[in-house]
Write a protein of this length. Structure first.
Lengths: 638, 259
């Protein structure tokens, strides 16, 4: 029996909902806040900003990260920029336009009210970050500079060279460090959440493993925030950090949180191509490069000449040709699919799975120094990885898994289907629909953490009668036992195959069958092979070392075990969604021109999966998306 | 350069290597160097991918894999790092260990790999060290004390481009600890001064500048880091090319605080 999902979107006109909701939200008086404890898992942009803000307000916060410092969360690697509807360029931007671009960019699969709120608070984020000392790029007059990003015709992206994510995270980290110093936040580094504890239907704590000592520990609180990022590493090769994983959200899913739209994955068009079997990760080259780089392949198949030997007339600038209005700055899903298409036609360069991103025209126009100023660190990184000089030779790029729009289902308050469990940033499903626009991930992470969660969590804590719960409650003991059993089981199998080997095998299935183009046959094959691989995992995994020590093999094994369950749900969702939208491209559903063809009559909804006790047997629940302020059209960037 | 017809995405050359690696079970036991042979290392692989390969080999042989910290593998998170042939982050200039590629080595090479060595960075296991001391330095004052909300418009205070650029140069520090590992005094002055300089270059950082310098320097000293005696090893190994000028600036800030 399907559950009815209540998004709790406030009534009233779109532009007034958030103001109204804030006013109607319950407050907790400053003196009472210290009586409430909040757990924040993950310290990327969403987690660090939420922990710092809640600590600053006076709540007792415990924050957790698996790295050795909150500053290392993978938000740090975001390069190009952060969007905000400041309209500093006087080029027609507004809150409504950012809202509209985001909804359209997401192929009409996001919730209007959440996206509008995101656009509203975007302007506060930039103010907040500047006050913290984030050194955004500036013009000679001293005011902030902007650049353009895909899917927009205005310049609304703020940036700090090619390290915007780093600088924003260091800003949030500095605010968090201050709260740690003031004893408002208790920070637990090198600590991984392995399960969620639910007491009387409410999230009341987590079970963690200290990654240095192996100690399994209980932590209780009045609310739990998951800010644990996305699940791109289910593909093994992705632009995510090695440690990024689905465990926190998956364990919460198994405890009752619905998982929404798992099949929505962003394949980023500009990454350094794969070089070999032993590769451990893919590296992104920021989308901002498409401001000045032109994407092309030879017109002829199998043209093996060097880029500089191919005359202008024999090059196909396929994005400029097919999408004259947006050119090289079409949204990511479209750029990726077109790159795949030309490579599948046999026109790929290098080893065949690559297209050129060429800066020659921009260097001729503005000079090498200007290009170096804009993208120097990215060019250096490219040169280090490939041993080529991108100032002289065009970059070779190919799409790679980068971001996941799906995540735990949340309502307007960012609360999951488990009361007291809030989900922020990439870990939730809420704002990007079926495709995220560039420079919007940073915006969402910080919006959730600085400006949304502090209100909605106050509303929950102020409006809920919570019985006192300590970590001695029997529910904590039961979940702790589950965690210990699982850890011991992983160590006791003593099979022949390493966690890395299983991870790579799963990644291959996911990339081949659930990647840029998905078909019924491929997805059905994945649905057969993933459970088989999982079965083999639990009989043949080899985890060296012991539970009570620093054991990176054990860490990976646990994460891969969860990916092996999650991957199945991913494929299932992709199979059921009989349409193409954004990053989800079903070959059976395309227009004559090969563009994604949505089915709004049957699929203008969020699919939210409910755990029923067995992997792959989740119930599919539906939240109908209601569009009152935008008209659903076939996306066109021509 | 491993380029062929303008492409480098082939599988490169294959290397056979001898690795001398520091093995230490935990912070309480003594460590020692151990030798491993590894074959079939592609010059296209990153250094950490080579270690992944070694670990798969060790696991198959029933041995304990080498523990090493790493995460983003694109040179920005600051989690990785080791002394390679005596150099922090290996032989390549301005490059983290994860961005060091095996094309920087030759067939038949012996490579020694050791953890950062400093009193303030105790070894956790093998190549992984505890850098909590860096956290303490930042917590002591590496911020502008603003809460969430109530901040002025981002363009309310113009900042000269040169000042913003100088702040950004210093703010690029990734907190990896190579500067401490390379310094004969295990000084954290480059790390600490990068943060002080980042904030001192901005108008928003002026209000607390002296207090910040005094607090951060006190924390640095209390945590067991040494002093700067101008060896310049820190700047030489810094993967983000943070300059020693920042240390001079920090000293000025400190004198300002003491006046």
């Amino acid at each position: 029996m399907a559950t009815v999902l209540d998004s709790k979107v406030p009534s009233g006109p779109l532009g007034e909902k958030w103001e109204k909701h804030k006013f109607e939200s319950k407050l907790v008086n400053p003196a009472n806040r210290r009586k409430f404890s909040v757990i924040v898992v993950g310290t990327g942009l969403a987690g660090a900003s939420a922990a710092a803000s809640l600590g600053d307000m006076g709540y007792k916060v415990k924050a957790f990260c698996f790295q050795d410092s909150p500053r290392r969360a993978h938000s740090i690697a975001a390069q190009g920029g952060i969007n905000a509807a400041k309209n500093y360029r006087n080029d027609g931007d507004s809150v409504h336009r950012l809202f509209y671009d985001t909804i359209k960019g997401g192929d009409y699969r996001a919730r209007e009210a959440n996206v509008h709120r995101l656009a509203e608070v975007s302007v506060n984020i930039i103010d907040q970050c500047v006050a913290q000392g984030v050194p955004f790029a500036r013009e000679y007059g001293g005011l902030l500079d902007n650049r353009s990003f895909g899917g927009a015709q205005v310049s609304r992206t703020f940036y700090a060279r090619g390290q915007t994510g780093q600088q924003l995270l260091l800003g949030a980290y500095s605010a968090l460090s201050r709260q740690i110093h003031l004893n408002n936040v208790e920070m637990h580094t090198r600590t991984e959440m392995l399960d969620l504890v639910v007491v009387d239907g409410r999230a009341r704590g987590i079970i963690t493993r200290n990654l240095v000592t192996g100690a399994v520990e209980r932590h209780s609180a009045d609310a739990v925030l998951l800010c644990t990022g996305g699940y791109g590493n289910v593909f093994f090769l992705s632009t995510n950090a090695q440690g990024c994983n689905v465990t926190a959200t998956w364990r919460a899913h198994r405890r009752g949180a619905f998982f929404a739209n798992p099949c929505y994955t962003q394949i980023h068009p500009t990454c350094i191509p794969v070089h070999g079997e032993d590769q451990s990760k893919l590296t992104l080259m920021s989308e901002s490069l498409r401001n000045d780089g032109r994407v092309w392949v030879p017109k002829a198949k199998g043209d093996k000449r060097r880029a500089e030997d191919i005359p202008e007339a024999e090059r196909d600038y396929f994005l400029e040709r097919k999408y004259p209005a947006f050119g090289n700055l079409v949204p990511r899903d479209i750029a990726s699919r077109n790159a795949k298409e030309v490579c599948d036609e046999g026109r790929g360069v290098g080893e065949g799975q690559a297209v050129y991103l060429d800066f020659a025209a921009s260097i001729a126009r503005v000079g090498e120094n200007v290009i170096r100023d804009r993208y120097g660190n990215l060019f250096d990184m490219y040169a280090k990885i490939t041993a080529e000089n991108p100032y002289k030779t065009p970059m070779q790029i190919y799409p790679a898994v980068h971001y996941t729009m799906g995540g735990l289902w949340v309502d307007y308050n960012l609360q999951s289907t488990i009361p007291g469990l809030f989900v922020l940033g990439e870990a939730n499903f809420s704002d990007h629909g079926a495709n995220r626009l560039g420079a919007s991930a940073l915006m969402q992470g910080l919006a959730d953490g600085y400006f949304v969660a502090p209100y909605t969590i106050g509303n929950y804590l102020g409006g809920t009668k919570l019985d006192p719960v300590t970590a001695n409650a029997p529910e904590f003991g039961a979940v702790e036992n589950d965690v210990n059993e699982r850890v011991n089981k992983l160590l006791s199998i003593k099979g022949n195959k390493t966690p890395l080997a299983f991870h790579k095998e799963l990644g291959k299935i996911m990339w081949n069958e659930c990647g840029m183009a998905r078909s019924k046959d491929g997805l059905e094959s994945a649905l057969k092979r993933i459970p088989e691989l999982r079965e083999e995992f639990w009989n043949n995994i080899k985890v060296t070392g012991e539970a009570g020590e620093f054991n990176q093999q054990l860490e990976r094994a646990g994460r891969v075990a969860d990916f092996l369950e999650f991957g199945e749900l991913f494929a299932k969702d992709a199979l059921v969604r009989e349409e193409s939208c954004g990053g989800h491209f079903r070959v059976e559903h395309q227009t004559e021109e090969g563009e994604a063809k949505r089915d709004d009559d049957n699929f203008a909804h969020v699919a939210a999966y409910e755990w029923t006790g067995k992997s792959g047997a989740q119930t599919r629940n539906v939240e109908q998306l209601i569009f009152e302020n935008v008209k659903l059209t076939q996306r066109s960037y021509k | 350069m491993a380029t062929l017809n303008g492409t480098s995405n082939g599988h490169g050359k294959m290397l056979s290597l001898t690795l001398q690696i520091w093995r230490q079970k935990n912070s309480k036991t003594k460590g020692r160097m151990e030798e491993y042979k590894i074959k079939g290392v592609s010059t296209e692989m990153s250094f950490l991918e080579m270690l992944d390969m070694l670990n798969e080999q060790l696991i198959k042989e029933g041995k304990d894999p080498v523990a090493f910290d790493h995460d983003c593998r694109e040179g920005i998170c600051g989690m990785c790092g080791a002394m390679v042939n005596g150099y922090a982050h290996g032989p390549d200039e301005a490059t983290t260990l994860c961005q060091t590629h095996m094309r920087s080595f030759s067939d038949g090479d012996t490579i020694t790999i050791e953890p950062w060595r400093a009193k303030a960075f105790p070894v956790i296991k093998d190549l992984a060290v505890d850098r909590t001391s860096f956290e303490r330095i930042i917590q002591s004052g590496g911020y502008i004390s603003v809460g969430t909300g109530g901040t002025p418009d981002a363009n309310a205070i113009p900042i000269p481009k040169e000042a913003a650029d100088r702040a950004m140069d210093a703010a690029q520090c990734i907190g990896c600890g190579a500067c401490v590992a390379a310094c004969p005094n295990a000084s954290a002055m480059l790390f600490t001064s990068a943060k002080i300089s980042h904030l001192a270059n901005l108008p928003q950082g002026q209000v607390e500048r002296h207090l910040r310098a005094a607090n951060m320097i006190r924390a640095m000293d209390e945590l067991g880091f040494g002093n700067c005696t101008n060896h310049g090893e820190c700047e030489a190994v810094c993967p983000k090319e943070i300059k020693m000028e920042n240390i001079a600036l920090m000293n000025r800030e400190y004198f300002g605080a003491m006046m």
